[in-house]
Ligand binder design. Sequence first.
Ligand code: GLN
Length: 477
Amino acid sequence: MDLSRLTIDAARSAIQERKTTAVSLAEAMYDRIERDDPTVGAFLTLSKERALAKASEMDALAAKGEKLPPLGGVPVGIKDVLVTKGARSTAGSKILGNYMPPYDCTAVARLEAAGAVVLGKMNCDEFAMGSSNENSAWKPVHNPRDLSRVPGGSSGGSAAAVAADMAVATLGSDTGGSIRQPASFCGVVGLKPTYGRVSRYGLIAFASSLDHIGPLTKTAKDAAIVLRMIAGRDPMDSTSAEMPVPDYVAELEKPISGLKIGVAKEYFGEGLDGEVRKSVEAAIQKLADLGCEIIKLSLPHTKYAVPTYYIVATAEASSNLARFDGVRYGYRADGPGSLSEMYRRTRDRGFGTEVKRRIMLGTYVLSAGYYDAYYLKAQKVRTLLTRDFDQAFKQVDVIVTPTSPTAAFKLGEKVNDPVAMYLADIYTVTANLAGIPGISMPCGQTREKLPIGMQVLGKHFDETTILRVAHAYENAA
Ligand code: GLN
């Protein structure tokens, strides 16, 4: 079976019609991983036994002529920040180097219940902190489109695996752009749903008010299929919304003519690469050709988004990461001395540089005397940013922006300049602060043949419309 461009429906129907088996598809994927992953570095752990057991189960159904579930036999990969029972889940960190979770993340359990075959765990930046996947404690990921470049981050392994046909779809997490930015760097589709749309139960927390789980796929339709399966209320996550899950796939074909597309000037200013600008503007023109009305608008507080994000995210991270103390689970540094010396040594050796930087920044902005000046102020600005979107969405149905200001940069290019690295998220962090959904779609390439992504942002819980726009664009392009 040709693995390139293999979509969910193509894989599932080939298994349903007995043109192939789920077991042989999984084996073909593992052969591909064995051949190509030594140079890409997308996988951290393979879960072969679990994958083949699920694949056999799907083959047995197909053999009996029973209808396969929506992801029946489809090979997927799971970002390592999502816990998987009995399969090592490290979050890209040494401190969880041997962590074997006793339970499954809800999104993973739901995917498997829909028939998905979990091939393994995907490489990522440590605790999902990063934009290039160079902060993984284990190894960097290389962009399959150009191995000298980063795949983006923090879901770099999830994006690279889909781009390199080592999985049909993957799950990633997005706290400030970590699904959408790597999707754009690797030339695949990445969807961050609305906050509360997908349960976060079993997601190793980075910043709980900003964390989201979502799919990376080859097509908008595949993103719709995966979202449908993982979305919905979960009693294990009190922030998951009690709202019906629409049939995203059925809505995809609705024509988009007459939709109002917002274009915000703040997303096309200084720092935007010329080739990226051209491609995204051409994509907007294509949407106009499809009958959409283009409306210029302003989101005036956008310039505060990156500093606001890096205050809120680090504050929450410093609190979430306090649990890693060498006592309850994960790595413990041995050596002489008191309990507090054990804590200190464990955290010093267990965490990488970027994680330590965030814990220190976060502790600082929450400390007495600085709380009001930083953390509280950032929360207020967060409200202003959310209001910008509320106002804009009174006029338009979706907003189209570039996903990232540049295409994929070289490995090593920004590792010594955290601020330059943080600016890679300038167009994505706003959706996390506001909790609105966003999708990144491939929309062309640079002269050096690097993928370019455009982002479509929508109203709270209106994934349907952004998926429709993405799907229509994909068909037309
Ligand atoms: N790159 C951003 C950061 O480093 C976003 C990470 C993410 O979305 N997990 O925080």
